[in-house]
Design a protein around this ligand. Sequence first.
Ligand code: ATP
Ligand code: MG
Length: 435
Amino acid sequence: MPRAEHGISREDISDNALKVLYRLNSAGFEAYLVGGCVRDLMLGLLPKDFDVVTNATPEQIKGLFRNCRLIGRRFRLAHIVFGREIIEVATFRGHHDPAAQDASTRGKASEDGQLLRDNVFGTIAEDAERRDFTFNAMYYSVADFSVTDFANGRKAIAQKQVELIGDPEVRYREDPVRMLRAIRFAVKLNMKIAEPTAAPLKPLAHLLSNIPPARLFEETLKLFLSGQGKDTFVALHDYGLLEPLFPQLAPLLNDPRSKEMQFALTVLANTDERVNSNMRVTPAFLYAALLWYPLEEHAQKLQAEAGLSQHDAFNIAAGDILHRQTQRIMIPKRFSTVIRDIWMLQHRLPRRFGRRAFQLLSHPKFRAAYDFLQVRGETEGGDLLELTDWWTQFQHGEPGLQKKMLSTLRQKEGAGPKPKRRRKKPAKAKGDENA
Ligand code: ATP
Ligand code: MG
């Protein structure tokens, strides 16, 4: 496609990416922008980042740029670092070496200690064939401003279709994460998944349970924290892809009107709103929410079956639920501690007597726990809504009002009906123990 046909202008390309392309070209190498950035430029969207491919080897790339780091063990990539912007430069990848695909040799060192790489360098055509979707295999050159479209990505864009290159079933089996990518691009780009690309999703969904949990963690961040988490979640659910990712939650989502589904959707919608107004989001809040009802259910079961106190049952259940989830999706420690804090605080927020209310206010995770309570209140109504309103007023109240709220609370609770007090006592004692 010559310049007149694709409408990509250099104005919309990062200066640093252009520098990299020109430098490679003038050293006699081929160099192209490829993948998401070309696709997004053709769609008139702002690319997230700019990826470059070239026929120069990593060592040759390193020789050309002082600000270059080589990364990756199995397939070496170059990162050209310009302050906060990093341009990733990869050498054309060839077809899989079948020996290296063999699980027994994958990632292992050969006898002379050299790392066996599962990829070999290749031609641009081979590189294109290895890519996932047709619209991700377009290459932009600054040598002549042309776009080379290997898989008719142009057509996919015009028809708004997410379409795998090659036989969909084979491509999913090669890398099941492509199933998640199909959903992600369909939602992000407001496209339909082409029939042959959609058909294997349900039957092959289970393959996702073999993907390393660390990779799935990275992938779920892109799925749920990119500003379209709610729609992505619904689409994943429709295609049966939530089951392998969240096996404890998925069975609770069968009824679209269930509180479990409503809670997840509200949290995701709030997250989208935050992302789209450039506010900070943490995966901890989202994971705490997606696992909250499985946790409640499991804690109740433990309490009933093992005769544990509410507090102990809840603690043990929290550990179990997180442990089972991380069999599928890794949750880094820095997030799992926050998840636990948010959960534990849900049980402390109803207990407000004396200094407790103030202690809770100064807890580093109070804000997150309060936001969490608020969504629970919206979802379930009743007492939870009342409790949320109390905390809304209390945290913004003057000291005088706060005092009054606490004494009102004491009077009300003091005159409360007996069953309520009976229920509270053991829990209170445990809470103290914990404090
Ligand atoms: P985004 O806008 O989300 O970054 P992207 O298409 O750039 O979208 P990346 O994950 O950055 O996605 O990948 C860059 C390119 O690498 C893709 O466009 C695609 O050509 C190729 N690619 C990435 N993941 C895979 C995969 N699992 N299988 C085949 N090709 C892939
Ligand atoms: Mg990208």
